[in-house]
Ligand binder design. Structure first.
Ligand SMILES: Cc1cc2nc3c(=O)[nH]c(=O)nc-3n(C[C@H](O)[C@H](O)[C@H](O)COP(=O)(O)O)c2cc1C
Length: 155
């Protein structure tokens, strides 16, 4: 995919709330404008990369882009699961992400358990891939340090 790595940021908005409640795997949703700005070659599917909330630590993430066929959503979404345990929700904060690689296509499952198993396998794949040196360097890029950048640039 030509557009990878793809960097973007946006406010965390409320999704359907199923991620935490039904799956036990919380996901952060982006507003429609961020979803609409995705380049055409970033197709629907499951991706991995790095994520940071506000200007806090950068963590590994997995992301689902699409219509969640298991739930038959009507609106396309970008949902990020940050591989880190947060003490509190962060709705309204700015989430910065870089998508670095593709894992698989979105699909429907015959049970919630199979969907959960698939997501856990995506998480292990993401963790492993992101340890590669070419991806490790991406989490240190200036994109994730907006405040320090401003100071360095004298603003
Ligand atoms: C890594 C990852 C993989 C996913 N894979 C699928 C999938 O293959 N099919 C699907 O219907 N939904 C998939 N989902 C989306 C979940 O169904 C979704 O996170 C859940 O509906 C929660 O949505 P909500 O935050 O809007 O409540 C995936 C989510 C993540 C984070």
């Amino acid at each position: 995919m030509r557009s990878l790595p793809y960097y973007c940021r946006g406010e965390v908005v409320r999704g359907f709330g199923r991620g935490s409640k039904e799956l036990g795997i919380p996901t952060a949703n982006f507003p429609e404008t961020v979803v609409d700005n995705l380049p055409g070659d970033i197709t629907t599917g499951i991706y991995y990369g790095w994520a940071s909330v506000g200007s806090r630590d950068v963590h590994k993430m997995v992301m689902s882009i699409g219509w969640n066929p298991y739930y038959k959503n009507i609106k396309k979404s970008m949902e990020t699961h940050i591989i880190h345990t947060f003490k509190e929700d962060f709705y309204g904060e700015i989430l910065s992400i870089v998508i670095v690689g593709y894992i698989r296509a979105e699909k429907s499952f015959d049970s919630l358990d199979s969907l959960i198993t698939a997501i856990y396998s995506d998480i292990s794949e993401a963790k492993e891939k992101l340890d590669l040196p070419e991806y490790q360097s991406m989490k240190d890029e200036n994109f994730f340090r907006p405040i320090e950048n401003k100071i360095m640039n004298g603003h």
